[in-house]
Design a protein around this ligand. Structure first.
Ligand code: ARG
Length: 258
Protein backbone atom coordinates (compact mmCIF):
# COMPACT_ATOMS: atom_id res chain seq x y z
CA UNK A 1 0.00 0.00 0.00
CA UNK A 2 2.78 2.39 0.99
CA UNK A 3 4.47 1.77 -2.33
CA UNK A 4 1.27 2.38 -4.26
CA UNK A 5 0.71 5.65 -2.44
CA UNK A 6 4.29 6.74 -3.08
CA UNK A 7 4.10 5.87 -6.77
CA UNK A 8 0.76 7.65 -7.11
CA UNK A 9 2.03 10.61 -5.16
CA UNK A 10 4.98 10.95 -7.51
CA UNK A 11 2.75 10.53 -10.53
CA UNK A 12 0.54 13.29 -9.23
CA UNK A 13 3.36 15.66 -8.47
CA UNK A 14 5.05 15.21 -11.82
CA UNK A 15 2.01 15.46 -14.01
CA UNK A 16 -0.04 17.67 -11.69
CA UNK A 17 -2.92 15.37 -12.59
CA UNK A 18 -6.16 15.56 -10.63
CA UNK A 19 -5.96 13.57 -7.42
CA UNK A 20 -8.14 10.46 -7.22
CA UNK A 21 -10.92 11.05 -4.73
CA UNK A 22 -9.93 8.32 -2.27
CA UNK A 23 -6.34 9.52 -2.06
CA UNK A 24 -7.19 13.11 -1.20
CA UNK A 25 -6.43 12.85 2.51
CA UNK A 26 -3.01 11.32 1.86
CA UNK A 27 -1.94 13.62 -0.93
CA UNK A 28 -3.29 16.83 0.50
CA UNK A 29 -0.83 19.29 1.83
CA UNK A 30 0.93 22.58 1.47
CA UNK A 31 4.33 24.09 2.04
CA UNK A 32 3.00 24.26 5.54
CA UNK A 33 4.43 27.10 7.56
CA UNK A 34 6.19 28.55 4.53
CA UNK A 35 6.58 32.14 3.43
CA UNK A 36 6.82 33.96 0.12
CA UNK A 37 10.35 35.04 -0.72
CA UNK A 38 12.39 36.48 -3.58
CA UNK A 39 14.95 34.84 -5.82
CA UNK A 40 17.86 36.95 -4.48
CA UNK A 41 17.56 34.95 -1.24
CA UNK A 42 17.60 31.65 -3.21
CA UNK A 43 19.54 32.51 -6.40
CA UNK A 44 20.31 28.82 -7.07
CA UNK A 45 16.60 27.96 -7.40
CA UNK A 46 15.18 27.27 -10.87
CA UNK A 47 11.79 26.19 -12.21
CA UNK A 48 11.83 23.18 -14.54
CA UNK A 49 8.98 23.53 -17.02
CA UNK A 50 7.34 21.06 -19.35
CA UNK A 51 5.28 22.57 -22.17
CA UNK A 52 5.09 25.92 -20.40
CA UNK A 53 3.96 24.61 -16.99
CA UNK A 54 6.07 24.48 -13.85
CA UNK A 55 6.69 20.81 -13.11
CA UNK A 56 9.63 20.67 -10.70
CA UNK A 57 12.31 22.65 -8.94
CA UNK A 58 16.04 22.39 -9.43
CA UNK A 59 19.33 24.01 -8.45
CA UNK A 60 22.06 25.77 -10.40
CA UNK A 61 25.28 23.75 -10.23
CA UNK A 62 27.23 25.68 -12.90
CA UNK A 63 26.58 28.02 -15.85
CA UNK A 64 25.23 25.11 -17.88
CA UNK A 65 24.31 22.37 -15.37
CA UNK A 66 21.13 22.08 -13.27
CA UNK A 67 20.60 19.46 -10.54
CA UNK A 68 17.09 18.07 -10.14
CA UNK A 69 15.28 14.86 -9.19
CA UNK A 70 15.34 11.78 -11.44
CA UNK A 71 11.58 11.33 -11.05
CA UNK A 72 11.02 14.77 -12.63
CA UNK A 73 12.37 13.40 -15.91
CA UNK A 74 11.73 9.69 -15.63
CA UNK A 75 9.03 9.66 -18.29
CA UNK A 76 11.62 11.09 -20.68
CA UNK A 77 9.89 14.27 -21.88
CA UNK A 78 11.09 15.45 -25.28
CA UNK A 79 13.92 18.00 -25.00
CA UNK A 80 11.97 20.50 -27.06
CA UNK A 81 9.19 20.66 -24.43
CA UNK A 82 11.60 21.41 -21.55
CA UNK A 83 12.68 24.81 -20.27
CA UNK A 84 14.50 26.10 -17.22
CA UNK A 85 13.54 29.47 -15.75
CA UNK A 86 16.31 31.02 -13.66
CA UNK A 87 16.65 34.35 -11.90
CA UNK A 88 12.97 34.98 -11.17
CA UNK A 89 10.84 34.92 -8.02
CA UNK A 90 7.94 33.88 -10.26
CA UNK A 91 7.82 30.58 -12.11
CA UNK A 92 5.74 32.03 -14.95
CA UNK A 93 7.55 35.29 -15.71
CA UNK A 94 10.84 37.15 -15.54
CA UNK A 95 14.44 36.02 -15.34
CA UNK A 96 15.72 33.86 -18.18
CA UNK A 97 14.07 30.92 -19.90
CA UNK A 98 16.63 28.44 -21.25
CA UNK A 99 16.34 25.53 -23.63
CA UNK A 100 17.79 22.17 -22.71
CA UNK A 101 20.53 20.38 -24.62
CA UNK A 102 20.54 17.10 -22.67
CA UNK A 103 19.61 15.45 -19.39
CA UNK A 104 20.85 12.41 -17.58
CA UNK A 105 18.99 10.37 -14.96
CA UNK A 106 21.01 8.41 -12.39
CA UNK A 107 21.60 4.94 -13.85
CA UNK A 108 20.38 3.24 -10.68
CA UNK A 109 17.20 5.28 -10.28
CA UNK A 110 14.20 2.97 -10.52
CA UNK A 111 16.08 -0.15 -9.48
CA UNK A 112 15.76 0.33 -5.73
CA UNK A 113 12.53 2.11 -4.80
CA UNK A 114 13.09 5.86 -4.79
CA UNK A 115 16.86 5.60 -4.15
CA UNK A 116 19.20 7.65 -6.37
CA UNK A 117 16.52 10.25 -7.17
CA UNK A 118 18.88 12.64 -8.96
CA UNK A 119 19.29 13.88 -12.53
CA UNK A 120 21.37 16.54 -14.25
CA UNK A 121 20.26 18.87 -17.02
CA UNK A 122 22.61 20.59 -19.46
CA UNK A 123 21.32 23.92 -20.74
CA UNK A 124 21.61 24.82 -24.41
CA UNK A 125 23.30 28.13 -23.54
CA UNK A 126 25.12 29.19 -20.37
CA UNK A 127 23.45 31.20 -17.61
CA UNK A 128 24.90 34.57 -16.71
CA UNK A 129 25.54 34.64 -12.97
CA UNK A 130 24.20 37.69 -11.13
CA UNK A 131 22.60 38.60 -7.81
CA UNK A 132 19.59 36.48 -8.88
CA UNK A 133 21.40 33.54 -10.53
CA UNK A 134 24.15 31.80 -8.55
CA UNK A 135 25.39 28.22 -8.20
CA UNK A 136 25.18 26.27 -4.94
CA UNK A 137 27.98 23.86 -3.95
CA UNK A 138 27.09 20.21 -3.33
CA UNK A 139 27.41 18.93 0.24
CA UNK A 140 30.50 16.83 0.91
CA UNK A 141 29.10 15.24 4.04
CA UNK A 142 25.49 14.65 5.00
CA UNK A 143 24.16 17.21 7.51
CA UNK A 144 23.87 16.03 11.10
CA UNK A 145 20.54 15.09 12.55
CA UNK A 146 18.78 18.19 13.90
CA UNK A 147 20.53 20.73 11.69
CA UNK A 148 18.17 23.45 10.40
CA UNK A 149 17.86 23.48 6.64
CA UNK A 150 15.77 25.54 4.25
CA UNK A 151 13.64 24.17 1.42
CA UNK A 152 12.25 26.35 -1.35
CA UNK A 153 9.99 25.98 -4.35
CA UNK A 154 6.77 26.71 -6.19
CA UNK A 155 5.03 23.57 -4.92
CA UNK A 156 1.45 23.56 -3.67
CA UNK A 157 0.69 25.65 -0.59
CA UNK A 158 -2.85 24.78 0.24
CA UNK A 159 -4.40 21.52 1.24
CA UNK A 160 -5.94 19.89 -1.81
CA UNK A 161 -4.90 22.77 -4.03
CA UNK A 162 -4.35 22.07 -7.70
CA UNK A 163 -2.84 25.51 -8.17
CA UNK A 164 0.76 26.45 -7.62
CA UNK A 165 1.78 29.73 -6.02
CA UNK A 166 3.39 31.95 -8.66
CA UNK A 167 5.83 33.43 -6.12
CA UNK A 168 8.67 31.39 -4.66
CA UNK A 169 8.08 30.01 -1.14
CA UNK A 170 10.50 28.73 1.51
CA UNK A 171 10.30 26.91 4.80
CA UNK A 172 12.84 26.04 7.50
CA UNK A 173 12.93 22.39 8.52
CA UNK A 174 14.96 20.14 10.78
CA UNK A 175 17.12 17.49 9.13
CA UNK A 176 16.43 13.87 10.15
CA UNK A 177 19.21 11.38 9.45
CA UNK A 178 18.57 8.28 7.36
CA UNK A 179 18.61 5.80 10.24
CA UNK A 180 16.20 7.78 12.36
CA UNK A 181 13.94 8.48 9.38
CA UNK A 182 13.70 4.75 8.56
CA UNK A 183 13.11 3.79 12.21
CA UNK A 184 9.76 3.25 13.89
CA UNK A 185 9.88 6.77 15.33
CA UNK A 186 8.19 7.75 12.06
CA UNK A 187 5.62 6.22 9.75
CA UNK A 188 8.00 4.91 7.07
CA UNK A 189 10.07 1.74 7.12
CA UNK A 190 13.58 0.76 6.06
CA UNK A 191 12.23 -0.63 2.80
CA UNK A 192 11.03 2.74 1.53
CA UNK A 193 13.57 4.98 3.30
CA UNK A 194 16.98 3.67 2.30
CA UNK A 195 20.52 4.58 1.23
CA UNK A 196 20.97 7.84 -0.74
CA UNK A 197 18.06 9.44 1.15
CA UNK A 198 17.84 11.99 3.93
CA UNK A 199 14.74 13.43 5.59
CA UNK A 200 13.34 16.53 7.23
CA UNK A 201 10.70 16.73 9.90
CA UNK A 202 9.30 19.78 11.61
CA UNK A 203 5.74 19.68 12.82
CA UNK A 204 3.62 21.50 10.27
CA UNK A 205 6.45 22.38 7.89
CA UNK A 206 7.32 20.52 4.73
CA UNK A 207 7.90 20.63 1.02
CA UNK A 208 5.06 19.44 -1.21
CA UNK A 209 3.88 18.56 -4.71
CA UNK A 210 5.69 20.71 -7.26
CA UNK A 211 8.73 21.25 -5.03
CA UNK A 212 10.38 18.04 -6.22
CA UNK A 213 13.86 18.36 -7.64
CA UNK A 214 14.30 21.58 -5.67
CA UNK A 215 16.90 22.45 -3.06
CA UNK A 216 17.24 21.73 0.63
CA UNK A 217 20.15 23.87 1.78
CA UNK A 218 22.07 23.94 5.05
CA UNK A 219 25.22 25.92 5.85
CA UNK A 220 25.37 27.27 2.31
CA UNK A 221 25.50 23.91 0.53
CA UNK A 222 22.95 21.72 -1.23
CA UNK A 223 22.23 18.87 1.18
CA UNK A 224 19.01 17.49 -0.30
CA UNK A 225 16.85 17.28 -3.41
CA UNK A 226 13.07 17.20 -2.77
CA UNK A 227 12.04 13.63 -3.58
CA UNK A 228 8.90 12.20 -1.94
CA UNK A 229 6.70 11.89 1.12
CA UNK A 230 3.33 10.63 2.24
CA UNK A 231 1.23 13.76 2.08
CA UNK A 232 2.94 16.98 3.11
CA UNK A 233 3.46 18.11 6.68
CA UNK A 234 1.62 15.05 7.99
CA UNK A 235 2.30 14.05 11.57
CA UNK A 236 4.90 11.26 11.65
CA UNK A 237 5.70 11.47 7.92
CA UNK A 238 8.94 13.37 7.19
CA UNK A 239 9.73 14.84 3.80
CA UNK A 240 12.23 12.60 2.03
CA UNK A 241 15.11 13.99 -0.04
CA UNK A 242 17.90 12.62 -2.19
CA UNK A 243 21.03 12.82 -0.01
CA UNK A 244 23.35 15.01 -2.07
CA UNK A 245 26.53 14.05 -0.19
CA UNK A 246 26.09 10.39 -1.10
CA UNK A 247 25.34 11.27 -4.75
CA UNK A 248 28.00 13.98 -5.16
CA UNK A 249 30.58 11.83 -6.94
CA UNK A 250 27.96 10.73 -9.47
CA UNK A 251 26.92 14.36 -9.99
CA UNK A 252 30.49 15.61 -10.47
CA UNK A 253 31.39 12.84 -12.92
CA UNK A 254 28.14 13.25 -14.81
CA UNK A 255 28.45 17.04 -14.98
CA UNK A 256 31.78 16.57 -16.73
CA UNK A 257 30.42 14.17 -19.34
CA UNK A 258 26.76 15.00 -19.96
N1 ARG B 1 7.05 14.16 -5.29
C1 ARG B 1 6.75 15.54 -5.04
C2 ARG B 1 7.03 16.38 -6.28
O1 ARG B 1 7.32 15.86 -7.33
C3 ARG B 1 7.45 16.05 -3.82
C4 ARG B 1 6.80 15.57 -2.61
C5 ARG B 1 7.51 16.02 -1.38
N2 ARG B 1 6.71 15.61 -0.28
C6 ARG B 1 6.97 15.91 0.98
N3 ARG B 1 6.11 15.54 1.88
N4 ARG B 1 8.03 16.57 1.31
O2 ARG B 1 6.87 17.59 -6.26
Amino acid sequence: MLKIVIVLSIFVCVLAAPTPEELQPLLDGRIVGGFATTISSFPWQISLQISGSHSCGGSVYSETIIVTAAHCLSDYPSLTTLRVRAGSSYWNSGGTLSEIAAFKIHELYGTNGMANDIALIRLASPLKFSSTIKPIPLAVTAPADGVIAVVSGWGTKLSGSQTLPTQLQYVNVEVVGLEKCASNIYGYDSESVRETMICSYTEGKDSCQGDSGGPMVADGVLVGIVSWGIGCGFTNYPGVYADVASLRTWAENTAATI
